[in-house]
Each structure stands twice: as structure tokens, then as C-alpha cells.
Design a protein around this ligand. Sequence first.
Ligand code: AP5
Length: 193
Amino acid sequence: MRLVFLGPPGAGKGTQAARIASAFGVPAISTGDIFRANVKEGTSLGVEAKRYMDAGEYVPDTVTNAMVRDRIAQADAAAGFLLDGYPRTVDQVHELDGMLQADGTSLDKVVELTADHDEVVRRLLHRAEIEGRADDTAEVIKHRLEVYAAETEPLSRIYAERGLLVQVDGMGEVDDVTARLLEAIGDRAGAVG
Ligand code: AP5
């Protein structure tokens, strides 16, 4: 199973990716988590990524693409993976296409997790109180949502035209969202395009 999760900041991608990847026995690969681990370790990648992340901007495609290429080439991703937060730009879509073609594989589904604007802001501000993530301030959240709308929302259409997109409602209890995702991924209920 090769899956991609799309969805705005706070939609619940990371929360659900861990559950769904575990259900399918594949690794959840979060570009945001990999960047944050590098920031924490103080690697050169982390130093470069932090500048963009703290401002709510996307890390440049060249950096991100190379990182994902390395990660999905690792042994645990040979039989499948769930990409959480990649691709996010049209260029990244094409890069991922090339990586998969080179391996003779393809995506099975692209899941877009949807949630109301006010709810995602509420969730992220709540997380800020608990975790203190540098990009969870009101100002940066606003910008992250703008960047998502400009750079990543167009990807839904691309994947819908390929017949790969399923949209799943990310509102409500975490367990209910997981159940909806399993149903949508399992039988393509809610398929778009
Ligand atoms: P990333 O870490 O991917 O951040 P994001 O996309 O903004 O997503 P979030 O982690 O904020 O939200 P989520 O949808 O994963 O929701 P979560 O489950 O965490 O990326 C961070 C940065 O890295 C980017 O801004 C960029 O700079 C860089 N980056 C990453 N990928 C990149 C790429 N491909 N290209 C370029 N740059 C890239 O949940 C959020 C909160 O809500 C949590 O507290 C959670 O507990 C809570 N929650 C979840 N579900 C529910 C629910 N159903 N009800 C109530 N609360 C819930």
C-alpha cells in the first residue's frame, strides 16, 4: 500500500497517519517530523529547514525531494509507505512520480483530510499551549494556511484527475475519523474524480 495524506495544518494528518500506517503495516513518513528531528539534532539540514518552518514557509523543493528520495529507498518502505505531508507542491508531485516510476511502483490512493478553518486553528493553538511548537502561533498558523491554499490545494485536482483522490471528513472524534479513513481507503468510498 502506497498512500499520500493531504490536508491543511491541523487537519489531523500526523495523528491519523500513525494509526492508518500501523493498520496497513507500512511506515508513516512525515516530512515535518523528519525536519523537526533534524532541527533537534542540529544537523545542517535542520538548520536550513528551521528558517522556513518557523516562518510557516515550505522548505525548498530541492531539499525536501532529496530527503524523501532517501527515506523511501530504505528497506522498511520497500513494501509500501504512507507519506504524510509530501508532496505539497506541483514540483514535488512530479518528483514523486519519477521516484515511483524508477522503482516500478505507483500510488494506490491519495487521501485528503478536510477540516473547518476555525477548528484547525483551535487545534493548533491548543497544541501550542501543550507542545510550544514554534510554528503554532496565531500569526504563523494564518500564514501556513495561506501557503497551503496557494501551493498544496491544487494537488487535489491533479490526483482527482488521476482517479486516486479520496476526501475524508477530519472533523469529530479521532476514533471516528480513523474509522472513516479505513473505510475510504479500503473500498474507495467517497472517491473523487
Ligand atoms: P508538518 O509537521 O507536516 O505540519 P502541518 O502540515 O502544518 O501539519 P500539522 O502537524 O500542524 O497538522 P496535522 O494535519 O499533521 O495534524 P496533527 O495530527 O498534528 O510540517 C511542518 C513544516 O515542515 C511545514 O510548515 C514546512 O515548513 C515543512 N514541511 C513539511 N513537509 C514539507 C514539504 N513536503 N515541502 C516543504 N516543506 C515541508 O494534529 C494537530 C493537533 O490537533 C494535535 O494537537 C492533535 O492532537 C490534534 N487533533 C488531531 N485530530 C484531532 C481531532 N479529531 N479532534 C481534536 N484534536 C485533534
